[in-house]
Design a binder for this molecule. Sequence first.
Ligand code: CDP
Ligand code: MG
Length: 159
Amino acid sequence: MIDQSLVLIKPDGVQRGLVGEILSRFEKVGLTIVGMKMFWVTPDFAKKHYNAHVDKAFYAGLEAMITEGPVIAMVLEGVNAVELVRKMVGGTEPKSAQPGTIRGDYAHVSYEYADEKGIAIKNLIHASGNLEEAKQEVALWFTKEELHKYEPTHEKHTR
Ligand code: CDP
Ligand code: MG
């Protein structure tokens, strides 16, 4: 039941100075940060991370967006972390993402707007979509040595 999610604060989130705001939401809900680093994604690495999307019409824009600046990558652990993080992140399109979610609260653009401009949807954050994706993504982004086991003092109350 305790699982790990791979989360990226994308270049738009880093450049807008929203790392702290976004991170604090995950800390407050009681998730544990077990790995974290800053990394500038290359086109090659983008194709690995977004392997499922390389043939899609929006891929060129997506690659341009994810390689435009460094990202903050992290692994968050908790009870049903993958599902919880997706709930907190909200829907892919900021326009229709629920208020209270990260994408709904800090972005607002629509698919229509991004498509017309020929750019990717800037929605601040990536989060593993399901358990299988999470396992692959955690292994792609972090070595075993980069993931840490320690005792968060709040676990007495949050788990
Ligand atoms: O990130 P999420 O899992 O919610 O969505 P996805 O379907 O896996 O797509 C990955 C990313 O591609 C999105 O977060 C958007 O940044 C981008 N995208 C886009 O720009 N235009 C689309 N029509 C679909 C996705
Ligand atoms: Mg996805």
